[in-house]
Design a protein around this ligand. Structure first.
Ligand code: AMP
Length: 101
């Protein structure tokens, strides 16, 4: 299915709604999940109009932003999860970082 811009992450990326941005670079922004499933639950949201992981992108910026957030929060042990299809609630590419560290 194609990308539909009518979703909350698109509005966050385009600053149409305010949110606390923890970190950002050219390709991703990091925010805290509104409904955390762990002590640390960050979302890394693509700045591009991409629905999910089925579309290939360059993940160098994702990698560097994850490491930056881990360093800033002293996180060593963590999980990175991305949901596709029926697992995905918001149809805009994003990655969860979960940690109880
Ligand atoms: P999913 O699309 O299933 O990978 O997960 C979407 C995630 O976005 C859920 O964990 C929600 O709690 C989270 N979420 C929904 N709205 C917001 C928001 N406005 N700010 C931060 N996180 C959100």
């Amino acid at each position: 299915m194609s990308y539909n811009s009518n979703n909350i992450f698109n509005k966050i990326v385009n600053k149409q709604i305010s949110t606390n941005i923890c970190a950002e670079n050219n390709s991703f922004i990091c925010v805290k999940d509104i409904n955390p499933k762990a002590n640390y639950h960050f979302l890394f949201i693509s700045k591009h109009n991409i629905k999910d992981f089925n579309t290939s992108v360059n993940f160098d910026d994702l990698h560097s932003l994850i490491l930056e957030v881990c360093t800033n929060n002293n996180i060593q042990d963590y999980q990175i999860i991305t949901n596709v299809g029926s697992y995905q609630e918001i149809p805009h590419l994003h990655f969860h970082l979960l940690s109880n560290n």
